[in-house]
Design a protein around this ligand. Structure first.
Ligand SMILES: Cc1cc2nc3c(=O)[nH]c(=O)nc-3n(C[C@H](O)[C@H](O)[C@H](O)COP(=O)(O)OP(=O)(O)OC[C@H]3O[C@@H](n4cnc5c(N)ncnc54)[C@H](O)[C@@H]3O)c2cc1C
Length: 382
């Protein structure tokens, strides 16, 4: 055994949180030869990581570090997808569809971005859109094809990665809530201490639990609630992920002069801060969302007006009635607060801090967390 391998074999990492951030840290730690113990308070993770679209979304990222992180993550997802077929990784690409002249003009601006090639952007007219995705039989003026966007199956990713990790050197401990933190150690609710060389806390949107006192001190993270739904299987394939013109309002890549010329959103969509994103699941069902709620306390129920709006947008683009909605849910993610121009704060993409000696807290990746998780884990160990 070389000295390096010997050091690796003796390094023990405890990860708190069984969501995608925690699990990608487990993958990265095992790749480095470290011993990993991963604790999750639930019997199975049920937070944002299983409630999302499974979009590995490069298209909308801000130029610079955010795009760099997403591109690196996209490479890592692709490599992992080849090794772990259970992730359901597919390089399906996406289409962002314009239904008005102003939206189309903004897409035209987007393809002239200096980084358009890096994102795999191509502007398509309506006929070319239908050639790429024949399921689109509705009304639209054209679309932005992003070849780099990809899809994974969020309900499969975590168990599939754990099967991949299973064996000597990896221990999965579900049903263990961490209640105490000390240098290089955590204690779970059964009273058991877990000592190690490095603790990585990935508690997601649990801003008041073990991470509470650290986040209260540092500030700078907030929670965001989204509404989602999933239909019964649709006959026929939707070959790409889909976004409507409202998504141009939210993603920083489209913060271009033409954005100011977009017509106001319909009232219900503006109130819910809705954009249509649609992904066909491996079983044919359609995952459809989303909305954005920022002010707490969040609603405890889901709002049907927002669903009516999203269903209407999806049916208008697909040109067929949607299959029956089988599931509705809401999800909450943790997000670093966007920097306000002039407040002197650097824009960060997620929150990472050494909160005690040998204890690192990682959360707050926001709506890009599924996409960027493998690259965030890589950065933690780097
Ligand atoms: C509806 C929705 C759609 C989204 N769509 C996308 C998308 O398509 N693409 C994308 O890139 N991102 C998307 N996101 C964002 C993405 O899902 C999140 O950023 C990401 O899943 C966060 O992962 P996480 O592991 O930090 O959090 P979580 O998934 O919330 O996991 C945290 C885990 O820690 C556990 N935990 C907390 N405290 C303790 C404790 N004390 N002891 C033990 N365990 C603990 C929790 O039980 C939980 O399982 C979406 C989010 C939502 C809500």
């Amino acid at each position: 055994m070389t000295i390096l391998a010997d050091v690796a074999a003796k390094t023990r990492v405890v990860i708190v949180g069984g969501g995608v951030l925690g699990t990608m840290h487990a993958v990265e730690a095992r790749q480095r030869g470290f011993e990993v113990v991963q604790l999750e308070r639930e019997a199975e993770a049920r937070g944002a990581s299983v409630r999302n679209f499974g979009l590995v979304w490069v298209s909308g990222r801000q130029a610079g570090p955010e795009l760099g992180l997403a591109l690196r993550a996209r490479e890592l997802w692709s490599e992992l997808g080849a090794r772990v077929p259970g992730l359901g990784f597919r390089a399906a690409g996406s289409l962002t569809l314009a239904t008005s002249d102003a939206e189309l003009a903004l897409l035209k601006e987007a393809v002239t971005r200096p980084d358009a090639d890096q994102r795999g952007f191509e502007l398509l007219d309506a006929a070319a859109v239908r050639a790429v995705n024949p399921a689109l039989r509705g009304e639209f003026a054209g679309g932005l094809h992003c070849r780099l966007d990809a899809i994974v199956e969020p309900r499969q990713v975590l168990p599939a990665l754990r099967v991949h990790l299973a064996g000597d050197g990896y221990q999965w401990l579900p049903g263990r809530e961490v209640t105490e933190i000390a240098p290089n150690a955590v204690r779970d609710h059964t009273g058991a201490w877990h000592q190690c060389d490095l603790v990585i806390l990935c508690p997601g949107a649990a801003h008041t639990g073990i991470a509470g006192r650290y986040l209260a001190r540092s500030g700078g993270v907030r929670r965001v609630r989204l509404q989602m739904m999933q239909t019964a299987p649709l006959a026929g394939r939707v070959t790409t992920a889909l976004a409507d013109g409202d998504s141009l309002r939210y993603y920083p890549a489209f913060d271009l002069p033409g954005r100011d010329r977009l017509a106001p959103q319909p009232g219900v969509a503006a109130r819910a801060r809705a954009q249509l994103l649609l992904v066909q699941r491996a079983d044919g069902g359609l995952t459809i969302g989303d909305t954005h709620e920022y002010a707490e306390p969040f609603a405890f129920d889901v709002d049907e007006d927002a669903y009516d709006h999203l269903r209407g947008r999806a049916e208008a683009l697909l040109g067929v009635p949607l299959p029956r909605v089988q599931r509705r849910w809401a999800g909450v993610y943790s997000e670093v607060e966007p920097a306000v121009p002039g407040d002197g704060r650097a824009r960060v993409l997620y929150h990472r801090a050494e909160v005690e000696p040998g204890v690192v807290l990682v959360t707050g990746p926001g709506g890009r967390g599924m996409t960027c998780s493998p690259a965030i884990a890589e950065e933690t160990f780097r």
